[in-house]
Design a protein. Sequence first.
Lengths: 87, 383
Amino acid sequence: MNSWIDLRAVWEIVVVGLLCGAGLPALFAIGMRALGSHKKGQLVAAGSDDLVGGNPAGIAFAVLCFAIILAAVGFAIYIIVISGHPK
Amino acid sequence: MSSNDIVLALVIITGLSFDFTNGFHDTANAMATSIATRALSPRIAVGLSAALNLVGAFLSLSVAATIASGLVETGLVTLTVVFAGLAGAIIWNLITWFFGIPSSSSHALIGGVIGSMLAAAGSHAVKWQGLVSKVIIPAVLSPFIAALVAATGTYLVYRIARSMRERARGDAFRIGQIGSASLVSLAHGTNDAQKTMGIITLALIANGTLAAGASTPVWVIVICALTIAGGTYAGGWRVIRTLGKGLVEIESPQGFAAESSSAAVILLSTHFGYSLSTTQVATGSILGCGLGKKGADVRWNVAGRMATAWILTLPSAGVMGAISYYIADGIGGTAGIVVVLLLLIAFSTVIYLRSRATKVDPENVNSEWTGTVAPPEAATEAA
């Protein structure tokens, strides 16, 4: 670390930032796509805009994605709280 | 009540006024994109953001009192210096709000305090290296980091969701937007409410009410948290409009990616102790979500105006802080502070009345962007 720029902190923010700030939204998108998926051969009415498709495996996978995201957010808040009240 | 106590009370009131401007200036950081894509109605958005700012202010105390130490020689700080610095910061916040520019309230505060410190004690009272390494370099880096994260997120989200029907996709990411915007509001509370707490604590120490190195009293935490939440609820509609409609035309997947990027970068910067301006991160993210989507237009002239305002923020708030100090110190004592306070109230009233003429409110905040902060009357009626 030099005295003008904290390269280590910048580097950490960029890498972890990409992982959480871009990776988690991507996971959310994957979950949403899975949630709306349909079973093979399932007839879908034209113009169906439902968020939830009829595929149980898709729904289960979506729930897993959302659970990971919620866990990550919960963990982040936990870290902020415990490091913010030094005792 | 001695005259010192009166001065202290005036400084605390001025500090809370700054906290309030900080709140409404920054509502846009969390909520501009959600309002623009109609994920949330304008009034619900500011209400939610205010509540989460309030909660956030109690979550962490790590940033409090760091604003001054490391930037100025705290031993030389007097109540008048703190007061004049706050006055400078408020003036600059009001000017930038009037023009709908999302500038950093932290920079305004730092600029104001440094300006009044220079006026009071000269350049040896300012830690210049601290200013460059803790404020200026992070300020230059933060929009780029945020834009990179948001552009990457936007690109990934559109790629993954391209097979989704347009309406389902819109609905899906509006839900995501509410979550990510809430997280930005929470992060804003943990960051920005702390700054006024730090300044008021500094004033209490300068007055001898608290011992040097004392931690922030609970009543200071509570009133600062309530004030910033109140400011957030007031909603800086002019800034919300520039960020939500002016910079980029935003769809819900973009807004979602932008807010996720802001939340992650702000929380990480708090965690790694590398303080970044929430405003610059949020603006960088919104710019990035325009860059990450093919065919999205970024209005570079709007971005350029913001960048200019950012460069001007430290020196301008500094000049205002210095002028406030010269007036207050020139007249001297309690009278000097009262005169500056009256001038400040007069200035705020003029700005407020002028803003009424070109009003931006929850009704017209989403009108088509035609190059001005306040939409023309006709557009307001059409919307």
